[in-house]
Design a protein around this ligand. Sequence first.
Ligand code: BTN
Length: 272
Amino acid sequence: MNGNGDAIKSLRIRFQESLSTRDLGQTTRWLTQYPSTNTEARAWADEGAPHGALVFADHQTAGKGRHDRTWSSAPGLNLTVSLVLRPEIGPSQFGLITLAACLAVCQTIQSTCTAVSSRIKWPNDIRIDGKKCCGMLLESAIGKDPGESFVILGIGLNVNQTDFPDLIQNSATSIMLECGRPVDRSHLLSGLLGDLETMLSILEKNPEAIVTQYREKLEGVGKAMILTDVHTNQSYEGILRGVDLTGALQMEIGSTIHSFHAGDVKLQIEGL
Ligand code: BTN
């Protein structure tokens, strides 16, 4: 243990004391500083990490965002974590884990600070009053046998950060900024894993219920949007209509509804 090791030890103890899950977070790795928790979780999963294994880093030096962007998070203030998930759903439904995770984050924020209500910008940005407080990075590995497949779910949640780099200063927020008081990261994390375990168990039994709840939290439905295909760089203009039962974005172009998958497109929504 180095530098901030004592702070992490105390955070870990308080986390373990408040954790009430069956699987999520029952096996953990706590890192003071590491390039990316997703990278560590992926390597651990390849070595056989169990369902629910959690990697926590107090400081990521090369945090990864979607579409090869970086994820910036101030050391010692936020949650930058990754989970190894081996859910009882087929790989074709792995994309729905994003929806369940978004709902879990919204639920945890609401329980932490009842006055704060968060919404989802497709596919997996959590925003409060139009500013982003959480992003997720899902990476999946599909094995030959069903039991060999797994998902790495990386979550970056701004908790107690109040200053952001210039580039995102106007578009980023944290729970502390919105709630008006600092938040205990250990309890927030144990609560988040509890909410996520609940959402994943609903997903395994009734995926439609997750899609329905996700639609209720989705921002921008009915608004004009521009969507860019990241492979061809082609842009489309249309109206955001929601998500289908696979979690794909539904966009009305002309009078036809088209579906787009999260890994393939970036979107801008009018007024958001
Ligand atoms: C995004 O909004 O672009 C996704 C951000 C995902 C960030 C989290 S932080 C923990 C995990 N480790 C990473 O390197 N990235 C994810």
